[in-house]
Write a protein that binds this ligand. Structure first.
Ligand code: PEP
Length: 258
């Protein structure tokens, strides 16, 4: 896969939404199926809702489905886990790996991230490799080295030619979730410029406190192929508002200009 020519907009629902709520979101996507021109959209439900969303979205609605996590082993005695093959079977085409909440609460390390990236590629899934520095590292000016190190270690089990199958999401820990601080475009620009310069990934997304007010400016940061959104996209109308902003940004000349 070469460098992105579409603008990506995706959301992870984290541990939210019943099956009924997930289906209602999917129905909203179907109703807006004309909105996705030039946009590579994805939604990442909880595992319980992947198949329901897949079944609800006809193939002509160009929205991919992801999983929030999967184990690196193909099968076996891992109670409570699901494999890459299982999430693919349920309808996922991409898988989130290494989100900071999983690193913080579930013991995810660069080593397990690398195993999962390798397993995802082997299963034909797109790994969405999440990286980002905590506030203390940023305060000390260490974000470039921190993020480059996380990406290098996360990709360390891949053959070079498979790096182009990975999507990187730069999500500074200080910007994510409740209590996260919206970044200024200038604050993320050095990392967003470094990532495509150093890693031949399929795309590089920014995530952390994105909303419909700051989306256009963040999409304008050089090196940014799209946005990965949490809270501000859990309502389908808000998600579609971001999709429209991305479509307008693309029609205004980026990211093809890069
Ligand atoms: C996230 O947790 O990956 C995220 C992007 O969250 P939010 O948009 O809510 O900050």
């Amino acid at each position: 896969m070469g460098r992105a020519r579409m603008t990506w907009i995706g959301t992870s629902w984290k541990m939210n939404k019943t099956l009924a709520e997930a289906r209602a979101f999917a129905d909203g996507l179907v109703a807006a199926r004309g909105a996705f021109d030039g946009v590579r959209a994805f939604v990442i439900p909880a595992h319980t809702a992947i198949a329901a969303v897949r079944e609800r979205l006809p193939s002509h609605v160009p929205v991919e489905i992801g999983a929030q996590n999967a184990h690196w082993a193909p099968a076996g005695a891992y109670t409570g886990e699901v494999s890459m093959g299982m999430v693919a079977d349920a309808g996922a085409t991409l898988v989130e790996i290494g989100h900071s909440e999983r690193r913080e609460h579930f013991g995810e390390t660069d080593e397990t991230v690398a195993l999962k990236v390798e397993a995802a590629v082997a299963a034909g899934l797109t790994p969405l490799l999440c990286v980002g520095e905590p506030a203390g590292v940023r305060a000390a000016g260490g974000e470039i080295d921190w993020v480059a190190g996380q990406v290098s270690r996360g990709l360390s089990r891949l053959a070079g030619h498979d790096v182009g199958r990975v999507v990187i999401a730069y999500e500074p820990v200080w910007a994510i979730g409740e209590g996260g601080r919206e970044p200024l475009p200038d604050e993320i620009a050095p990392v967003m410029g470094m990532l495509p310069a150093r890693f031949a990934a399929a795309a590089v997304l920014y995530g952390g406190s994105v909303n419909r007010r700051n989306a256009a400016a963040l999409l304008g940061v050089p090196g940014t192929d799209g946005l990965f959104v949490g809270r501000a996209a859990w309502d389908v109308a808000e998600f579609l508002a971001l999709v429209r902003i991305a479509a307008r940004a693309r029609h205004a000349g980026r990211p093809d200009a890069r």
